[in-house]
Write a protein that binds this ligand. Sequence first.
Ligand SMILES: Nc1ncnc2c1ncn2[C@@H]1O[C@H](COP(=O)(O)OP(=O)(O)OP(=O)(O)O)[C@@H](O)[C@H]1O
Ligand SMILES: [Mg+2]
Length: 295
Amino acid sequence: MTSAIAAENLQKVYRNGRGVLGIDFRIGEGEIFGFLGPNGAGKTTTIRSLLGLTHPTGGRASIAGRDVVRESVEVRRVTGYLPGDPALYENMTGRQHLELALQLRSIRERGHAQEIAMRLDIELDRKIRQLSRGNRQKVAILLAMAHDPQVLLLDEPTSGLDPLVQDAFRDLLREEQGRGKTIFFSSHVLPEVEALSDRVGIIRDGRLVAVDTVEALRRSRLKAVQLRYGGDPPDFSRVPGVRGLEVKNGAVTFHIAGNTGALFRLLAEHPPLDIAIAEPSLEEVFRTYYGGGAS
Ligand SMILES: Nc1ncnc2c1ncn2[C@@H]1O[C@H](COP(=O)(O)OP(=O)(O)OP(=O)(O)O)[C@@H](O)[C@H]1O
Ligand SMILES: [Mg+2]
């Protein structure tokens, strides 16, 4: 079976030795794949290499079974791309951008684009210059999706979008998935990737350090716990999965991974005055589960 997107030891190494240092993945048709990594990890470089916008310095990649370098025209025909920093013409309206994009692809059909514009509440008739950052981002999303491509490559698509628009956008992507579309999107926000993806790839320093289902990521995920006690706190060191325990006066902090049943039983017996359980940061996930050494 051909993968919708495949990378084989894909490399794009810049002169300074940074970039993408050899990554492998296969993404199936109809899959939503979240590409997660901190600033400078290589997300944009990977996406641009997948589109043939930058020439890989090694390895290969394909989209819909077509080599992204040798068959770049065909690859771009079946792909929709949202750049990380969309370039729009300040003096043109969203509708003019849309018309231009569709004419360049000789597409007459407008229904799909209109549907997206309506769902994301896009201000099509104002000049880009008059639009806020989030509203520009919505226009750029429309331009990536308007020709109803089979594969979507979206570089930080939700950046600048308010929570309501993010929800509408997520619903839209799920429907596209329902229509068999394959979606590859980058982000540096763990909860967002979890909310939308089937599988997640984590990139750090130009290398893919993990590819896993969201389920597996969730199971292995640690939480940061902070408790406050009036008197002596109970002994949390024997609770399975607890690490990094610190106790200072009545304040207790630790991380916990895996099943939290034993923790909650102990908390029920010794209720704290105050409790806060937080999601780990991306860095904490890296440090704890993917080999440490986060710089
Ligand atoms: N044109 C370039 N010349 C030299 N180095 C580059 C170039 N473009 C990117 N890099 C380097 O390659 C690495 C990966 O950059 P990339 O833009 O792909 O990261 P990213 O994951 O998209 O980061 P961000 O979250 O900030 O968008 C970084 O170390 C960056 O400095
Ligand atoms: Mg980037």
